[in-house]
Every structure is written in C-alpha cells, then in structure tokens.
Design a protein around this ligand. Structure first.
Ligand code: KG4
Ligand code: ZN
Length: 407
C-alpha cells in the first residue's frame, strides 16, 4: 500500500487519486468552512491541530437588533462574507489553495439557507482546485473539538448545548455516537436567547452586544437566584431528554406580572431583571446537570464508559457559561469523571472545529469524497444511533446532589 497524501497510511478510497504524487511526510492541511447558522467561519489547520490561519464573521449584532435570526438575512450575510472570510483564513495561514490536502465544510444540520451558501462555495472551490471534499456534521465537530486541545481517547460522554441543540451522546469514535438524550422542544441557548429578548436585555448598557446567553450570565452574577422559583422541567421522567419550553413559559408569566406591578412598557428594563436571569440560569443549569447525571449513571451501568479516566466533554455555545460549568463539575466530582470544556472561543461556532473534524476524518480515511461528487446539505440530521428509548427504559434514579451554587 502506498502512502496517500489524503488518507495517509490508510488505504486510499479514490479510484484516481490525484494526490499520490504528493508523497508521504508532507503535513496534511485542511481548510474548514462553517456557515450552518449565524457565523461565517473559516480556518486552515495542520494535522497536529495547529491553527495556521482563521477568520470569523459573526452576524450576532444584526440578529440581536432584529430580535432573532431571520434565515434570509443570515443567508445574505453568509453570501456577502464567505469569500472574504475564506480568503482571510488562507492569507493568514500563508497557504495556497494548491497546498491544501482537503476542504471540510458543515453540510448538516443547520439552517437550510445558511448551509447552502457554505456548501455551494465549497463545491466551487474544491472543483476549481481539484481538492477532496469532507462533508461535516456540525454536532460531530462540536463533540470532537476537545481532541484538538487535549489527548482525549474514545469513548467519552459528550454534552452539547447550543442555540440550536441540546443533546447527550456517547462518542465511541470520530463518526460513531450513541444518542442518549436530546431536547423535546427548544434548545437551552434558544431559551436563554428568548428570555433575554423578553427582558429587553439588549437595552441594558452591559448587554447590548451580547448574545442572550451571555447577557443572562452577566446579569445573573448580581442577581438573587432565590427571588423567583421556576420549576425544573420533567422532574418525573427518568430519561435524559431535555425540555426548556415550560421554563420559558414560567419566566414569561413572571415577567408579565412584574411589568404590571412596576407599570413598565415592553422594551423597558425590569428592576428585578437580574433576579429573573439568576433564577432562570439556575433552573437551566440544574436541568442540564440532572440529565447529565442520569446519562453518566446509565453509561456506567451499561459499561459504556472506560474504567480509567472517564470523561465528560461539554461544548456548544451554552457551554461557555461558567455557572453551568460549575454545576456540571458538582456532578462529575460526585461520579468520578473528569470534566473537559474547550475554551469559549471553541465552544461557539467557528471554522476551526470544522477543519479539525476534517483532520480527524482525513487521518482515518473516513467520509472523504472526490471533488466531482454531488453533495447535498441536510437541515435535520440526528447524531449517531438513537438509544434514548433504552435510556428511558432503564429508568435510572439519580441520588440528590446540592446543585445550587452562589453566582
Ligand atoms: O454553538 P453556538 O455558537 O451556535 C449554535 O450552533 O447554536 O451557540 C450559540 C448559543 C446562543 O444561544 C447563545 O445565547 C449561547 O450559545 N451562549 C451562551 C453563552 N454564550 C453563548 N449561553 C449561556 N452562557 C453563555 N456565556
Ligand atoms: Zn454550534
């Protein structure tokens, strides 16, 4: 077997591999492109995970001003920025397109209109430069980012909490996941964004440029978590699924009541906004922690976690939240797992995590297609094998833990 520049020591899957002539020993380089939601990201990484160049255009401010993500606006902004962002990442890396080993791009799941821009651009790029293409699952990329930063072996438990997703999964390999639980209604980040919007936090001097989740975290620091009591969702169900819509309802009712009491109009700030933020953040954190606790006990009962140094990896935008991290630490300390969270900049969407996923796939020769192949995006795409019913049937009860921490 020869050493292919794309698959390395793995047998080459391409009939007419144009890169054989590259020979072995040359570092493999991947350009990663992300456009699944509201960030246009690109990065060039080498196979050791060194970031050679990156660029990110965030649409956050536009969507904050509009009161939510409007898919056609997201699409327009991706279209306007993608060439510049990719060129910037390449320029900063000092790498020419001809030197790239492959291009990796998010093709699922996400907003159809946003995914389409990244995929169209990437297909044109790989066809122009005759490069192999690696279609990427956005949640798989969030799950694997940690391996760029720490030597984490499979299997590990992963909690992904973002604006579009909340899920718990066992990562058994780079493309092998068991889905243990997911949100039944909205994602944790979506709920925090909606609560922040209902509280008009963009009119708060400290929060005008922050995402909803960031704004809640900042305000909660000075808030009294006990001033409001929101019921933890689905306390009676012994599974690992999430639900946040009920919490949002309770918070909306509390806000409406307070607005009446204080005689304020929509758009004005409530005097108790920070208390509501603190109480809502506590409820989100404890719900996530309890579901994660059950997932850990389930995996232990089924022998899915390694005996030595089992890990919980937490990623996605909401994983930047320090309060939520600390609450999860209580759970991992009680169950003997190490808690691994990438730094905030790698938790939120970016091109680096997509390029890293490309590197992981390249190293194992998995899911790499020729530049001539048709590839389609998929707005909805589950992560791995769904075993949520098995988890539910196991009906594991979790012992009580004191999860409330001082914010
Ligand atoms: O992973 P991400 O960048 O995009 C998606 O794939 O959704 O996550 C964005 C989400 C938003 O809902 C945002 O409010 C939330 O992550 N977020 C946070 C924090 N920073 C971002 N939520 C809680 N605390 C934070 N510090
Ligand atoms: Zn994401």
């Amino acid at each position: 077997m020869f050493l292919c520049a794309v698959t390395g020591p793995v047998r080459c899957w391409m009939k007419h591999c144009t890169l054989r002539s590259f020979g072995a020993g040359r570092p493999r380089l991947v350009l990663g492109i992300e456009t699944s939601c509201d960030e246009t990201g690109a990065a060039v990484l080498d196979e050791a995970g060194v970031i050679l160049g990156e660029s990110l255009h965030s649409q956050k401010q536009t969507h904050l001003d509009a009161g939510g993500i409007i898919p056609t606006v997201a699409q327009r902004l991706h279209r306007e920025n993608i060439s510049r962002v990719v060129q910037e990442a390449l320029d900063r890396s000092g790498i020419e397109p001809s030197e790239l080993t492959a291009v990796a791009t998010t093709v699922k799941p996400g907003l159809a209109l946003s995914l389409g821009i990244g995929l169209d651009f990437s297909l044109k790029f790989v066809r122009l430069h005759e490069k192999p293409f690696i279609p990427i699952h956005h949640m798989e990329a969030h799950a694997l980012t940690v391996r760029m930063l720490h030597p984490v072996d499979f299997p590990f438990l992963v909690l992904l909490v973002s604006g579009g997703h909340s899920l718990l999964a066992m990562a058994k390999g780079i493309d092998e996941f068991f889905l243990l639980g997911q949100t039944l209604d909205e994602a944790a980040g979506d709920t925090l964004d909606k609560i922040a919007r209902r509280l008009s936090l963009k009119n708060h001097p400290e929060c005008s440029t922050l995402s909803g989740g960031q704004a809640i975290e900042i305000l909660a620091k000075d808030g009294d978590q006990l001033a409001f009591h929101f019921k933890s969702p689905m306390g009676q169900l012994f599974d690992c699924n999430f639900s946040f819509a009920g919490l949002r309802n309770q918070v909306t009712i509390a806000i409406q009541k307070k607005e009446k009491e204080e005689g304020i109009e929509t758009g004005q700030l409530l005097s108790c906004a920070k208390d509501i933020a603190a109480a809502a953040q506590y409820t989100v954190a404890s719900h996530i922690a309890k579901r994660t606790h059950r997932a850990i006990l389930f995996c232990k009962a089924k022998g899915l976690l390694p005996q030595h140094n089992p890990s919980l990896v937490v990623s996605g935008g909401v994983a930047s939240n320090e309060y939520i991290r600390q609450t999860l630490k209580i759970v991992t300390d009680a169950t003997g797992l190490q808690l691994l969270c990438p730094p905030s900049k790698f938790c939120t969407d970016n091109g680096v995590m997509i390029a890293w996923n490309g590197i992981e796939r390249l190293k194992q020769g998995k899911g790499i297609v020729s530049h001539t192949q048709e590839v389609h995006y998929e707005p909805k795409a589950p992560l791995g094998l769904d075993i949520t019913t098995d988890v539910k049937e196991a009906a594991i009860k979790i012992p009580p833990l004191k999860l409330r921490i001082n914010s």
